[in-house]
Ligand binder design. Structure first.
Ligand SMILES: Nc1ncnc2c1ncn2[C@@H]1O[C@H](COP(=O)(O)OP(=O)(O)O)[C@@H](O)[C@H]1O
Ligand SMILES: [Mg+2]
Length: 321
């Protein structure tokens, strides 16, 4: 876990809406944050809150509805096709389910070679160069060389995810969106992949945006954690601080759902009641108010932004602010 001070990514007022006239789904709704080079930002929230959409919009796999994404100081939302192609080398994604994201008809070697050829890093005819690079990448992610011509269905989930990681690393990226990369794996394998990703980060100086619905996955991994609720960030803080002093009622509820190993330590489980606000044409105001045990009438009406309430600790809740 490096703690570099240089900002590599800054997201400003990012919005991604789906649909037009009438029903507009606010999947990502005015998100602001930055990540330092070599650091990991954990993004946590329930299924459907907009984590994947946010990750894809940052990479411009979705076109943003509004907002800016600065990568190394440049707003990539303005980039044309040619600039985007060059940027693909630097920004990559690892998906949740490698079985779904890998082409079943492509062997490990073909899967890793593809981006190298698309990007023109190697000539298709340079068989020796490509084979050398494939072996290098397989070694880097802990895949045995004898597997080089096997297909995804012949491998277990952990090995498939190692292929996904090798493919993402093929172009020497700087920044990787990791979209629930261990959520589809057996618990015993999750730790292996997380360790691998941490080692790779240290070795290659990678910056991660690590998306997960499970706070415990990023607890020891992320430098900072951002909590997302219905398209918005509700809290962001260094990981340790977030666990020690959660401030937003939604973060408190999320934390209370994690089993604690110490039997003397009793944290009361907060069960959320009330209806979930619809992401379609949401009313202005706190999106969590309808489920919040502390909400009052003043929580509706006005949208809130993340505000720093103690050093490096940002929260949207007006009762905390
Ligand atoms: N391509 C799309 N078209 C329309 N709605 C979408 C699309 N992708 C995601 N959504 C909607 O956006 C919201 C956020 O989805 P998603 O980003 O996948 O959430 P998460 O990754 O946190 O589970 C959901 O309500 C989902 O149904
Ligand atoms: Mg998702």
């Amino acid at each position: 876990m490096t703690d570099a001070k240089n900002e590599i990514l800054r997201v400003e007022g990012l919005k991604k809406y789906f649909g037009s006239s009438g029903a507009v789904l606010h999947a990502v709704d005015d998100v602001n944050f930055s990540i330092n080079e070599g650091a990991t930002l954990g993004v946590v929230g329930e299924s459907g809150c907009g984590k994947s959409t946010m990750g894809r919009t940052i990479l411009r796999l979705h076109e943003p509805t509004e907002g800016k994404v600065f990568f190394k100081g440049e707003n990539i939302v303005d980039y044309d096709k040619k600039q985007m192609k060059a940027l693909r080398k630097e920004m990559q994604i690892i998906f949740q389910d490698p079985f779904a994201s890998l082409n079943p008809r492509m062997s490990i070697s073909e899967t890793i070679i593809e981006p190298l050829i698309i990007q023109g890093v190697y000539d298709k005819k340079d068989k020796a160069g490509l084979q050398k690079r494939v072996r290098e990448l397989m070694d880097l992610v802990g895949l045995a060389e004898r597997l080089i011509n096997t297909y995804p269905h012949e491998l277990d989930g952990g090995r498939r995810q190692r292929i996904g990681i090798a493919r993402a690393l093929a172009l020497n990226p700087k920044f990787i969106v990791c979209d629930e990369p261990v959520s589809a794996l057996d618990v015993s394998i999750q730790a292996q992949i997380l360790n691998l990703m941490q080692d790779l980060q240290d070795e290659l100086g990678l910056t991660y945006m690590f998306i997960t619905h499970d706070l415990s996955v990023v607890k020891h991994f992320a430098n900072d954690i951002a909590v997302m609720y219905l398209g918005q960030l509700v809290e962001k803080a260094p990981a340790e601080l977030l666990f020690k002093n959660p401030l937003h009622p939604y973060t408190k509820a999320l934390l209370s759902a994690i089993p604690v190993p110490d039997p003397d330590y009793k944290m009361e489980r907060i069960l959320l009641q009330g209806e979930i606000t619809s992401p379609i044409n949401p009313e202005p105001g706190c999106r969590f108010a309808k489920r919040c045990p502390l909400a009052t009438a003043e929580c509706s009406g006005q949208d809130l932004v993340l505000r720093e309430v103690e050093p490096e600790h940002f929260v949207t809740c007006r009762l905390v602010q």
